[in-house]
Design a protein around this ligand. Structure first.
Ligand SMILES: [Fe+2]
Length: 396
């Protein structure tokens, strides 16, 4: 057995898998129809296990018989091209994993306090209803019901001094549909309210079934904040009756920022708010690239973090996003694999910074598929800190 070639063949198999996964992530970032995406998913599901077997047979056991010989030079042009593509995929995999670890270390995240609440334990049973994919919710080691309640202190470089220590509850991606039962969301919202935020912001994907809209009053609508509750919708809401979802939230006093801008005052300070549900609904906020007054705070809500750079270009101080759910399944040492984004897993979840703009991507509260591994659902209270807080870092 040539163990060196076995290793290189394994690297090519990883590279091959990476190419299919990367394409899957990027296709799911586009507003494509269900049928198109399903066709690709079938192709992806078949190719990932079968092509490596074909490689093992055609390269390892027959042809150049790489498992015993060192005959890489005898590869046909077709195999050379295929192996070169897989090698590129492997380099992409190494790059992606390395970036996942490096980008988590943004200096703009000053402090993180985190507690985990096991909702199933609190309720005495797993809150599982009769919706689709319910078998996934029963799987052992599934973290779906272990909500992580975070408080993150973020350094916002141009934060007006009056808004120092302002708190925003960032909640996203509830995907209520009947699979994860109503009691779970009620308990999550009750625990979130105990964080006493100044502002509540929801960044989309409220529902996966319209029937679950009746849960809104006892769940999300129980959240309150003295400076207001704001929302945008997501692609899963767009697949339902999004106008009814929107009007239900508006009638309850939530302020719709989907494709809208708003100038409001928090603590006697001007705040510019804008939201985007692109590429599924509405458009980006009608903002000039510069803030009208550098002393205002500009917050950009976008369901997908794919428009992070749009926020950077338009001088947003804070970008809030959801959609990617942290990848939902994270492989130890590797991190997230699937993330429906043009940038793959880069912005699956977490805190990122570019220039003066800070972005927070929530892992969300649930998902269409109630399955999480090494990726607990989350609700986060963001504490905004002015530049001067830098001096306090050493004492925290
Ligand atoms: Fe979502």
């Amino acid at each position: 057995m040539n163990y060196g070639n076995l290793f290189w063949l394994a690297c090519l198999v990883i590279g091959h898998t990476q190419l299919w996964v990367a394409l899957m992530n990027r296709l799911h970032a586009l507003p494509l129809g269900h049928k198109t995406l399903r066709r690709y998913r079938i192709l992806h599901d078949v190719a990932i296990p079968l092509v490596p077997l074909w490689m093992l047979y055609g390269l390892g056991l027959t042809g150049p018989q790489l498992l015993w010989n060192d005959h890489w030079r005898s590869l046909s042009p077709g195999w050379i091209l295929f192996c070169a593509l897989c090698a590129l995929g492997f380099l992409g995999f190494v790059f992606s994993v390395t970036r996942h670890y490096l980008e988590r270390l943004t200096p703009k995240l000053l402090k993180l306090d985190s507690t985990v609440q096991d909702i199933a334990k609190k309720l005495g049973q797993k809150p599982i209803g009769a919706g689709p994919y319910q078998s996934l919710a029963w799987l052992p080691f599934n973290e779906q019901f272990q909500i992580e309640l975070n408080t993150k202190k973020l350094l916002i470089p141009e934060l007006p001094q009056e808004l120092d220590q302002l708190s925003i509850l960032h909640i996203s991606d509830t995907h209520m549909c009947g699979t994860v039962a109503q009691e779970y969301f009620e308990e999550v919202c009750r625990l979130s309210q105990e964080l006493n935020p100044d502002v509540v912001i929801f960044t989309g994907d409220l529902l996966d079934q319209m029937e679950a809209l009746s849960w809104f009053d006892s769940t999300l609508n129980q959240l309150s904040a003295p400076l207001g509750r704001y929302f945008i919708l997501g692609n899963h809401d767009d697949e339902l009756d999004e106008q009814t979802i929107r009007s239900t939230m508006q009638n309850a006093g939530w302020i719709d920022l989907g494709g809208h801008t708003l100038i409001t005052q928090w603590r006697d300070c001007d705040v510019e708010l804008g939201g985007s549900e692109v590429p599924w609904m509405n458009g980006h906020p009608d903002w000039p690239t510069e803030k009208r007054d550098p002393k205002t705070l500009r917050i950009f809500l976008t369901h997908t973090p794919d428009y992070y750079q749009w926020g950077v270009k338009h001088s947003a101080d804070l970008v809030l996003a959801g959609h990617n759910h942290g990848g939902q399944i994270r492989i130890p040492l590797i991190g997230p694999v699937y993330s429906p984004s043009k940038t793959g897993t880069r912005y699956a979840a977490g805190t990122f910074s570019s220039g003066k703009t800070v972005m927070h991507v929530s892992r969300g509260v649930s998902g269409q598929h109630p399955l999480r591994f090494h990726c607990k659902p989350e609700v986060t209270k963001l504490m905004l800190c002015a530049q001067t807080v830098n001096d306090q870092r050493g004492s925290e």
